[in-house]
Design a protein around this ligand. Structure first.
Ligand code: SF4
Ligand code: SF4
Length: 336
C-alpha cells in the first residue's frame, strides 16, 4: 500500500453497499446534513492513484472477490464523483474497474453530463431528498430539476439510474416524497433506494441554522454527540416505499439491492437472508450459485452447507468469512 493512497483501498472492509472506492476525499457542495466533515475530512483531495494502481490495491484487499458475482463496488460515499474537479479521475477509475467485471455503483448529486458514455452499464444513484428546501439544505448542489435531467440522460445512455431518496429528513422529505417520486419515474428512474438520516450534534445544529423545522428530527434522534447515529424513521421509510410502489417504481431499502437488480445477480449484502429484502423482483434466492464446496476448497476452509447457511470450522478470519459469503451468497457461521 503506497503512501499515495490515504483511502486504504487495499485494506478497507466492504460496507453494506459494497467496497467503497474514492476518486476523491471531500466535497465542496456543503450539504447541511453531510457526514463527511464529521469524519474530519476538509477540502477536496483528488486521488493520486492511477486506474491501474487502484485495481492493484483492490485486488490486494483481503475481503475482495473479483468478477460479476463478486464484491460490489461503490463510488461516491465521501465525495461528489461527477463534480468537474473529480470527474476525470472517476472516469479513469470506472474504466479500470470495468475490467474486473464487478458491479459498479456511483452515488451522485450532479447534473447532466457533456458525455455520459463512461457511465454506460453502471448503476447510478441520483440523490434528491427535497425540492422545496434544496437551496437551504444543499446550497452547492445543482437544483433537483437538473439532477432529474441526469436520470433522463443516463437512462438514454444505457446506464442503470435509480433515484436515491436519501436522507429522509423528517418533516421535509415525506411531505414531498410523492412529487419527487413522480418526477423521477417520469425521468426514467428504474427504481428508488430509500435511506435514513444519520446525525451528530453538529449536523443537528447545522439543520437548525438552515431554517428547517427540526422538531421531528429531534423527536426521533438518539443521543446527540460527535458519533454518527441513525435517527428512528423506519415508519417513514416504509411509508415512502409504499408511495413509490403506488407510483409504479421499484422500491428498495438498501443501495446494494440496486446494484444486484441492475446487474441481475444475487445481492452481495445477502439482504434476502438478513430481513432486508423488499421483493424487488430480482429473485435473489433463485440465482444462488451452486459452488459451496468449490468456494470452501478455494479458500482452504472446512465446512458444509446446512439449511441454506454455511457452517465453517473456526477459527477463521473475518476477511475469509466475507469472501466466502460473497462467493457462495450464503450466510456463514463459524463453529468451533
Ligand atoms: S454531495 Fe454528498 S458528499 Fe457532497 S456535501 Fe452533499 S452529502 Fe456531502
Ligand atoms: S430480491 Fe430482495 S434481496 Fe434481492 S435485490 Fe431484490 S430486494 Fe434485494
Amino acid at each position: 500500500m503506497g503512501r499515495k493512497d490515504p483511502s486504504r483501498h487495499a485494506y478497507r472492509k466492504p460496507r453494506p453497499c459494497g467496497l467503497t472506492v474514492h476518486p476523491a476525499l471531500g466535497c465542496s457542495l456543503g450539504c447541511v446534513y453531510c457526514y463527511v466533515p464529521e469524519m474530519g475530512i476538509r477540502g477536496v483531495r483528488v486521488s493520486e492513484l492511477s486506474g491501474e494502481e487502484l485495481v492493484r490495491e483492490i485486488r490486494a484487499n483481503p475481503y475482495f472477490v473479483e468478477g460479476r458475482m463478486g464484491t460490489f463496488l461503490a463510488i461516491g460515499s465521501v465525495c461528489e464523483p461527477l463534480h468537474p474537479m473529480v470527474f476525470e479521475k472517476t472516469v479513469e477509475f470506472i474504466e479500470a474497474l470495468k475490467a474486473l467485471g464487478n458491479p459498479i455503483q456511483v452515488a451522485t448529486k450532479w447534473r447532466a453530463l457533456e458525455d455520459p458514455s463512461p457511465l454506460r452499464e453502471v448503476n447510478v444513484l441520483v440523490s434528491v431528498c427535497t425540492i422545496r428546501h434544496a437551496e437551504a439544505l444543499e446550497p452547492g448542489a445543482p437544483p433537483p430539476e437538473e439532477r432529474m435531467e441526469l436520470i433522463k440522460q443516463l437512462r438514454k445512455a444505457g446506464a442503470y439510474p435509480y433515484l436515491f431518496l436519501r436522507p429522509i429528513i423528517p418533516g421535509v422529505t415525506e411531505a414531498e416524497a410523492a412529487e419527487i417520486l413522480r418526477v423521477a419515474r417520469d425521468s426514467g428512474a428504474l427504481g428508488v433506494v430509500v435511506g435514513s438520516l444519520r446525525v451528530t450534534k453538529r449536523i443537528v445544529e447545522r439543520l437548525k441554522r438552515s431554517g428547517v423545522d427540526c422538531t421531528e428530527v429531534l423527536r426521533r434522534a438518539p443521543k446527540l454527540d460527535s458519533r454518527q447515529r441513525y435517527i428512528r424513521e423506519l415508519d417513514l421509510k416504509r411509508r415512502i416505499m409504499e408511495e413509490a410502489r403506488r407510483a409504479g417504481l421499484t422500491a428498495l431499502g438498501q443501495a446494494c439491492c440496486a446494484s444486484a437488480r441492475s446487474y441481475g445477480v444475487p445481492c452481495a449484502g445477502l439482504c434476502w437472508a438478513r430481513g432486508r429484502c423488499s421483493s424487488c423482483g430480482n429473485a435473489c434466492l433463485s440465482k444462488l450459485p451452486d459452488n459451496v464446496n468449490e468456494a470452501l476448497r478455494e479458500l482452504g476452509l472446512e465446512g458444509e452447507e446446512r439449511d441454506g447457511r454455511i457452517l465453517v470450522k473456526g477459527p477463521v478470519s473475518n476477511a475469509l468469512v466475507v469472501r466466502l459469503e460473497t462467493m457462495a451468497r450464503r450466510v456463514v457461521e463459524v463453529v468451533r
